[in-house]
Design a protein around this ligand. Structure first.
Ligand SMILES: [Zn+2]
Length: 293
């Protein structure tokens, strides 16, 4: 079984014209990151429709995709994406689960209402969160309140994490790794998933990593060599790692586009870099256990 725990999807209006969608909603950060074209002329990511995503999943034999929200600058854009994801999951509960977008700049009561609403719609968590990208301190009271409610309601959280030791890309925001340790320690009952291998958070004090911290592999081929798999297995263990791609981000910009099977290359590469005894955990069992999807 293969669960991709980190997939993004957008409504038709965004797919049709990402730049116009961003401008109309005053979302310049998303525009920078998602609508960018590389120096070689390739778009950094595709914009598949819901049906296009399902076809890509079929081709790559992905049984279930967990849709991750974006860290929008406006609470209204978060709500719009959450309604869209709720409809996607309602139409395809056998193939899709969702995490909700969140911006805690909205009044506290509305944030709590939104979190309860997505829980009632069957969402598995909140994410991909990036308070740092939204200009919100990780210690902000409203933000901490939202995390406490997520923990109370059994919602996991997925955080966008960057690695300051890697070359920067346009729009990258620094995410101090100590902030995630502090959050995990403040909410020991909260399932915390750090995207993009958690920026190799294990490097500082690996034996003191809070037990509720988990990592996903999103965008790995863009960020790290394949040695990251054995390093992470050694330092955090296979039960802490969830396979995630970051689809529809183009993970292999220097290789010819994978026509017809855009999701297939990374799972195959991950399989080759995981020992047989770790594969079931990383590809599905950890997600099933932690997220009850
Ligand atoms: Zn991310």
């Amino acid at each position: 079984m293969l669960i991709d725990a980190h997939v993004h999807l957008y409504p038709e209006a965004a797919n049709a014209n990402p730049a116009a969608y961003a401008d109309a909603r005053r979302e310049p950060h998303w525009r920078t990151l998602a609508a960018r074209v590389r120096k070689n002329g390739r778009a950094v990511q595709g914009f598949p429709s819901l049906d296009g995503l399902l076809r890509a999943m079929d081709a790559a034999r992905v049984d279930r995709a967990i849709l991750q929200g974006w860290y929008w600058q406006n609470p209204e854009t978060c709500a719009e994406q959450n309604r869209f994801y709720a409809e996607c999951v309602r139409r395809h509960p056998d193939r899709l689960s969702a995490f909700a977008a969140l911006n805690t700049r909205a009044p506290r009561r509305l944030v709590a209402d939104e979190i309860r609403r997505v829980r009632d719609s069957g969402f598995a968590g909140l994410g991909e969160l990036s308070p740092h990208s939204q200009g919100i301190s990780a210690g902000d009271g409203d933000f901490r309140e939202a995390l406490g409610l997520a923990a109370q309601l059994g919602l996991a959280v997925n955080f966008h994490v960057t690695d300051d030791t890697l070359p920067a890309y346009p729009g990258r925001v620094s995410t101090p790794l100590g902030d995630f340790r502090a959050i995990a320690e403040a909410f020991p009952g909260l399932t915390v998933i750090l995207a993009h291998w958690g920026g190799r958070i294990w490097e500082a004090a690996p034996d003191k990593l809070p037990p509720n911290i988990h990592l996903d592999t999103a965008a790995s081929p863009l960020l790290y060599g394949n040695g990251i798999f054995s390093e992470a297995l050694r330092c955090v263990g296979p039960e802490k790692i969830l396979f995630g791609s970051d689809h529809p981000l183009d993970l292999y910009p220097r290789q010819p586009a994978a026509e017809g099977n855009p999701m297939g290359r990374f799972p195959a590469e991950a399989r080759d870099n995981l020992p047989p005894e770790a594969r079931a955990l990383v590809f599905s069992e950890n997600a099933l256990r932690l997220l009850r999807v």
